[in-house]
Design a protein around this ligand. Structure first.
Ligand SMILES: Nc1ncnc2c1ncn2[C@@H]1O[C@H](COP(=O)(O)OP(=O)(O)OP(=O)(O)O)[C@@H](O)[C@H]1O
Ligand SMILES: O=C(CO)[C@H](O)[C@H](O)COP(=O)(O)O
Length: 294
């Protein structure tokens, strides 16, 4: 936690929709004139694609079919923790990108599946914004979750998450159906041990729930649309959340528990704007006061 150099982290599995939620936040930042240093979680993978494949083959030869991008050995949790710690203390740090496909790689003249070099974060940012797999990860040796001032989980029901991943990886990342299914199976133990526990540490979770049949996500051709889903928004600490205001502003919303509001799928972005814009105002006011500027 840092008043001078706050951190917002969006955490979710692969295909959950963290990049989509990031676009909503970028709109809020633009509108409110907030300068954010954006970090993509995949930058903290430990290996480039070729090295990862080789390492997976070695592990498999030794009987481990579950070496994955979700776990501790496939990522640099210590460096992620250090980035959060350093940014909270000084507003500085280094980042890089993992280039998933030709489109992402072309501007850098690099191969897909490689990293860009580490570079300093831009100077004078108002906050750090992390989007990725491990924004609230906590292990015996690392505690990333303690640093963000706002921790948001993006967690569709698992069938929907798989549909989103399958369709995105096949259409945008050039993978076959079999390759994506293999990845989902390979990652399952790390999913349970490293991804899921984070959603008990987040401040707010957004869970999109389809209201169409997704019983077999592996044969589904389309991602359920906004009209075909609802979004469950759960606050870990509801004290201070103005539910009456949210209910009156979001047509079709209702409370399902004392800390949980359900909104129509198409209202997810509006809901985020209504909840987080005032939060970011307060964050910026605290920052100004802490820096003696207000
Ligand atoms: N609210 C939503 N409604 C409909 N489709 C969505 C929604 N959120 C995400 N998707 C779709 O799901 C797919 C995966 O989303 P996205 O790329 O944001 O996931 P991600 O969590 O960033 O994944 P990764 O970490 O693997 O990059 C995309 O095709 C995206 O358009
Ligand atoms: O979505 C992911 C993690 O969020 C990817 O699976 C991960 O970044 C590795 O990518 P690739 O398998 O394309 O090298």
């Amino acid at each position: 936690m840092s008043e001078r150099h706050p951190i917002i982290a969006i955490t979710g599995s692969s295909g959950a929709g963290t990049s989509t939620v990031t676009r909503t936040f970028q709109n809020i930042f633009r509108r409110e004139g907030v300068k954010a240093a954006v970090i993509e979680g995949d930058s903290f993978h430990r290996f480039e694609r070729k090295a990862m494949k080789q390492r997976m083959a070695e592990e498999e030869a030794g009987g481990n079919r579950h070496f994955s991008h979700f776990g501790a050995e496939g990522n640099m949790f210590e460096q992620l923790e250090a980035l959060f710690r350093d940014y909270a203390a000084s507003g500085q740090g280094k980042s890089r990108l993992y280039l998933h496909n030709e489109l992402e790689a072309a501007p850098y003249g690099l191969e897909p599946g490689t990293f860009t070099p580490w570079t300093d974060l831009p100077a004078g940012t108002d906050l750090l914004f992390y989007e990725g797999l491990h924004g609230a990860v906590k292990t015996e040796t690392v505690d990333v979750a303690r640093y963000p001032d706002l921790l948001i989980g993006v967690v569709p029901t698992i069938n929907l998450e798989w549909i989103q991943k399958l369709i995105r990886d096949k259409t945008q990342r050039g993978y076959s159906q079999e390759a994506v299914v293999d990845t989902i199976l390979r990652r399952m133990p790390d999913y349970v041990n490293y991804i899921v526990p984070q959603f008990g540490l987040t401040h707010v979770n957004f869970q999109r729930v389809p209201v169409v049949d997704t019983s077999n996500p592996f044969i589904t051709r389309d991602i359920p649309t906004a009209d075909e889903s609802v979004c469950v928004v759960r606050f870990a600490q509801p004290k201070g959340i103005d539910f009456q205001y949210l209910l009156s502003m979001i047509n079709g919303s209702w409370m399902s528990r004392a800390n949980t509001i359900v909104v129509p799928g198409g209202k997810m972005e509006l809901t985020m704007q209504l909840i987080f814009t005032p939060f970011i105002w307060r964050m910026m006011e605290r920052k100004k006061r802490a820096l003696g500027l207000a």
